[in-house]
Design a protein around this ligand. Structure first.
Ligand code: SAM
Length: 257
């Protein structure tokens, strides 16, 4: 019998261009089975037919594919290394930086970058490309409104300086938006940018199969300028960076050879 889930992943790829087979199967299948059962469909094939005929179901499904949790200065020690070592090194020979925040979710990461550079390297000219596969999170990112939880690692003086509090919500200073371009991008299918100085891609590679990860590392390496840096999440170290023409620059930072 043809595997119901495999058949579903093929149809989803045709319809949405999202290849579920490149995400770790047990994890993804468990999440999607829970959602499918919640909506009362006995098989993935029946669920797929329903997705094709119901916009709301389809939207719920694409939202569930992605886990969107993020926060400002997530893993703050790593952001200190970025500020104290990596950014000064990248700015040494060049006052302009091209930065890509890939899988940026609701914008905490690109705004953290914009804020850090404005605060500590005010003379630097930066362009930040902020991308995600999920359009809903990108529109939230553009609004730039956050709860206290998202700001918990951000030092208080920065919170005061760059946010306006209304009720329980914090709105980011519009001036920080001018260097950021938000755009939809699928790491598993779309063309990558080129001549990038710094790629920040954190807490998404964990969801992908080893094969998909390797293709992404190679694409990141190709996207970086010589001496450019890839900053990954705190559970996402690359075991054989040399294979992708990358050297370890600091824990969770890799420099293009
Ligand atoms: C847990 S969030 C990480 C947010 C941020 N980078 C951080 O570390 O706080 C994972 C993000 O990856 C995105 N994502 C999942 N699959 C993707 C893909 N194939 N291409 C681009 N983004 C993807 C999700 O939409 C989600 O916003």
């Amino acid at each position: 019998m043809i595997d119901d889930y495999i058949e579903f992943t093929k149809k989803v790829k045709q319809k949405l261009g999202i290849d579920l087979q490149l995400y770790k199967e047990t994890q993804m299948k468990r999440r999607l089975t829970t959602l499918r059962n919640k909506r009362g469909f006995p098989s993935f094939i029946i669920y797929f037919d329903a997705l094709c005929n119901d916009e709301m179901l389809l939207k719920e499904f694409t939202d569930r594919l992605t886990i969107n949790v993020s926060e400002f200065y997530r893993n703050p020690r790593r952001w200190d290394v970025l500020k104290d070592r990596i950014l000064p090194m990248l700015l040494q020979n060049n006052g302009r930086l091209s930065i890509w925040s890939a899988a940026c979710s609701t914008g905490e990461e690109p705004y953290s970058l914009a804020l850090m550079i404005k605060e500590h390297f005010p003379a630097a000219a930066v362009q930040i490309l902020a991308t995600d596969i999920d359009e809903l999170v990108l529109s939230k990112a553009q609004q730039g409104v956050y709860t206290e939880q998202a700001l918990k690692e951000l030092p208080n003086p920065l919170r005061k300086k760059y946010f306006t509090k209304t009720g329980s919500l914090y709105k980011i200073d519009d001036a920080l938006k001018k260097d950021i371009t938000f755009k939809k991008h699928n790491l598993l299918a779309d063309r990558y940018p080129v001549h990038v100085d710094l790629i920040v891609c954190r807490n998404v590679l964990i969801y992908f199969t080893d094969k998909a990860k390797e293709a992404i590392y190679q694409n990141f390496s190709n996207a970086l300028k010589t001496n450019g840096v890839l900053f990954v999440g705190s559970t996402e170290q690359i075991f054989n960076p040399n294979q992708f023409a990358l050297n370890l620059a600091d824990t969770f930072f890799y420099q293009k050879q």
